[in-house]
Design a protein. Sequence first.
Lengths: 317, 412
Amino acid sequence: MRQSLTIDRTTSGRKHVAEGAIKLLLLASAAIAVLVTVGIVFSLIVESVRFFSEVSVFDFLFGMEWNPQTAMRSDQVGSSGAFGAVPLFVGTFLISLLALSVACPFGVFSAIYLAEYAGERRRAIIKPILEIIAGVPTVVYGFFAALVIAPALRGFGATIGLDVASESALAAGLVMGVMIIPLISSISDDVITAVPSTLREGSLGLGATESETIRRVVLPAALPGIAGGIMLAASRAIGETMIVVMAAGLTANLTFNPLEAVTTVTVQIVMLLTGDQEFDSAKTLAAFALGLALFIITLILNIGGNWVVNRNREVYD
Amino acid sequence: MTDHPLSKAALPGLAARYRAESRFKNYGKIAVIFSLAFLSFLIVGIGFKGVGAFVKTEVRLEVSQELIAEYGDDSFTLLRKTVLYNFPDAKGRSGRKAAYNMVAAGAEETLAEKLSMMEGSPSKFDLWLPTSDDVDIARKDGLTEEVLNRFPEVQRAWLISLDKQERFRTRFNVGFLTNGDSRDAERAGIGGALMGSIFTLLVCLVFSFTIGILAAIYLEEFAPKNKFTTFLEININNLATVPSIIFGLLGLAVFLNVFGMPRSSSLAGGMVLALMTLPTIIISSRVSLQAVPPSIKEAALGIGASHVQAVFHHALPLALPGMLTGTILGMSRALGETAPLMMIGMVAFIADAPTSFTDPASALPVQVFLWSDSPERAFAEKTAGAILVLLVFLVLMNLTAIILRKRLEKKW
């Protein structure tokens, strides 16, 4: 009896050590997620600081010309290149705006239809199909935009006498807009369904039609949440890479005309890093500075969007 | 006599309000139909364009024993002589070149293979050889006047006569699925990219599945409620929305430049994708752990199991199907991801399939990107074909996830 008890104690002691080790392993795994964030922030900042020792922050943020040429020889004329990122920011903004102007109306109206009008069965069929749109790889959309949409827009422009660039911002923006429809519609759907039915019933009881109820009661109540969803969608659009790499332009062009070719931050990161070059040139370091800008902008949009969506959810809980 | 208070006359504008109602409802329908129409347009369009990549055109040529006797040990010269033998009106340099351009680059391999397998020596025999991509595309487009005008005069006549003599046939293009990348469209295949994607996803799976599940167990079962835990959670949720290209930059700066991993390797690519899918897997794994009723764990604890035992022996097995579903969905996202792989150099032209995790590799979506850039018409077909293969894999993975969820789902 006594013997068995002592054996028990030693095994349980060993078990204790093993369990401690397991718990430590679990903690370490969770900490890797933090390590990734630290790695992202650290590597972006370190390389950006090296870039900004060669090009001033002011020139980068407010410069109007983007022409990242590094010279073969140091005595070459114009060896420094121009690293003014304003044309890239404008291009990114323009394409994202085009994408949102497609995705917002279609996304919100889809959500209204699904949440308020469609019956259970239709909803169960349509929702997963909409999700497929979000699941198609972006390289496929890029191919589609470059091969089908861009030539079609160009042809259409020619028939009505408009000169549309073959890599117009419009083609990339339209296709990107379709890609983010499901994102907006699923968040809006959640927010609209979360509006308490008592509000709806009150309005209907007073004699309003369904659409009047939606427009005057449901949508105003859901608007903050929908706005949050749009912020998250904007962040997706700004960070999207493949569609713009394949369908938008490669050279920087400071314009707000959607029919012309513009380039974006992500396109330039890809352009700067996919050639064969030394890692230390200003050209490759510039990609990290652009990456840092992209990271900060999308982070702000994401945190803001999530905050708005969650706050709106709590109001009615 | 007065109108009834609810009659149309007493409610002016009611008809207009009803019209507004149906208009509003139609906006919603139109929005949904637009999305569905776009999706079907996309899939059908790419499907039509890509189906051709899976078949190839072959042409029947006559091989004579005299030529074999003379050039038998040099299949390349033998092929050229055979082509000229079949197109006797190919005169001059340009004529000969036009004749050579009828068959695919690499057709001599088919010829050599046939010769090595042949028994006896007939004075002449027929052989089906793959055609060049130009001829292949022209035949798929239909040999109309407009299509024929793409060819020089002499080839036009050959195409018409070969077609009349039924010396063309269509065969399944095995090479498209097994070959590596090539500068020649008729030889280019997705085999190498497919292997690269498999290697990359394997690396991604090993890292993201183990780390993701362990992290989820910690956060759900062991983490104390304190500021550090809250910080961890916010952190993971934000990581899930970081643009994928940023993960590529991280991979380039840390995996390649600090750890010195081989450039373009599936090891580096898989690890970058693992970091990217990690948040998705952690979040979905936590949800499936939450779904396990606490009573099961409490029962285990009640009969003397330790906390670790209760979680690993009882909660984890029940949550595992849900975790697998989440992991498969994460993997399907990783399979379609292109931008981060480009950052670590997986965009190079790589002809051979990788044989180890450190070999330079390509991946399916990257191959799509590379081919989409080629001006040759044949590559547009290949691109669409590669997209179809990619979509088939995505559908299979998602179906597996859905079936797994349905089959293993437990209602408590």
